[in-house]
Write a protein of this length. Structure first.
Length: 340
């Protein structure tokens, strides 16, 4: 009888061990499977919108049809928040654009103070009259770097306090960093990955070629020192947004890239105003968000020319108001989306 009990107990122990091993294998393979999953990130508006600026008074340059458009937001050395916007359709002459500045005590301050015209094109340095576009600013080691467009070139200015900027002149005596390969090089945004600066920007054909294909692209150039830049690489163009704009190259404007864990989310603009529309892509490669395809597309938002700001652990999105008479802000979150 005791022998039978010993045999029974041995069999029970063996069965238990097998079950434990199978459970461990299931956990192991399950973990491996999860590691192999491709996770992307979708931007979601996470609060009500709040207006932060209104139509500026440009004095002698005021015009009935003027509109604040592409802009940059950053925190200055004294802790105040700065917002510089390109104002178009003004009386400045040339291409009608200049930079105007507001200041806020906090990101969600409902009464950002207008501070006046901040910068106009300097034609003595080769900048196009009235051609200033889309300022973008970041701070590194106490210096503020402003990338901006002068209609056909991406240019650079710097500041020690984040308020007063001075153009950085190259060996040719101009603030230009690079241009091309297409027309109207503009909308620069810079992301530093490791020790390399990635400058994303837009450009398009000078004239409508009347085709149904892409006539512009979001490009990227890289640099180690912000002086020497690589050749341009197409990172996004075509796809669904090509059919969702109101002019032949309006689908590739205002690129903004956010790094979320090991993924990169690109915000790419198609429409301003009442029907504002922006498309987002999530990719593991900061230089590839899809060339005339939607394989990395994760969503769309009814926003225009958005800037994404992280303050502490909270993301915010600042966008043009639909009336194109100022800017608004909301909280933003990034939801993890699993793909096969």
């Amino acid at each position: 009888m005791r022998k039978k009990n010993r045999i029974y107990l041995s069999a029970l122990t063996y069965t238990t061990e097998i079950r434990i091993v199978m459970c461990l294998l299931a956990v192991m393979f399950g973990s491996c499977e999860n590691r192999d999953k491709d996770f992307r990130y979708k931007a979601v508006i996470d609060s009500k919108w709040q207006d932060i600026t209104s139509m500026p008074d440009l004095g002698a340059y005021n015009k009935d049809r003027q509109e604040p458009v592409d802009f940059g937001v950053w925190k200055a050395k004294d802790g105040t928040w700065q917002l510089w916007s390109c104002i178009r359709n003004t009386k400045i002459g040339g291409n009608t654009r200049l930079f105007y500045r507001w200041e806020g005590k906090s990101l969600t301050d409902t009464a950002w103070q207008p501070k006046g015209i901040a910068m106009v094109a300097d034609t003595t340095l080769g900048e196009t009259e009235g051609g200033l576009q889309a300022p973008y600013v970041f701070e590194e080691e106490g210096i503020y770097y402003m990338f901006y467009g002068d209609w056909n070139r991406i240019c650079l200015a710097t500041s020690e306090d984040g308020k007063e900027f001075i153009r950085v002149l190259n060996e040719s005596g101009t603030p230009a960093l690079f241009s091309g390969p297409l027309y109207n090089t503009r909308d620069a945004m810079v992301l530093k990955i490791s020790d390399t600066y990635y400058c994303y920007y837009s450009a398009h054909n000078e004239h409508d070629d009347k085709t149904f294909g892409p006539q512009g692209a979001i490009y990227c150039r890289t640099s180690k020192d912000m002086k020497e830049w690589s050749d341009a690489v197409v990172v996004s163009r075509g796809g669904t947004p090509l059919e969702q704009t109101n002019w032949y190259a309006g689908d590739i404007e205002c690129p903004f890239v956010v790094k979320i864990n090991d993924s990169y989310v690109l915000f790419r603009n198609q429409l301003y105003g009442r029907y504002s529309l922006n498309t987002q892509y999530s990719s593991p490669d900061p230089l590839d968000f899809g060339d005339d395809d939607d394989r990395y597309l994760v969503g769309q938002l009814h926003v225009a020319a958005p800037e994404i700001i992280k303050e502490g652990d909270q993301y915010y999105i600042v966008s043009l108001k639909r009336g194109l008479d100022g800017m608004r802000i909301a909280k933003l979150r990034f939801d993890e989306v699993e793909t096969e």
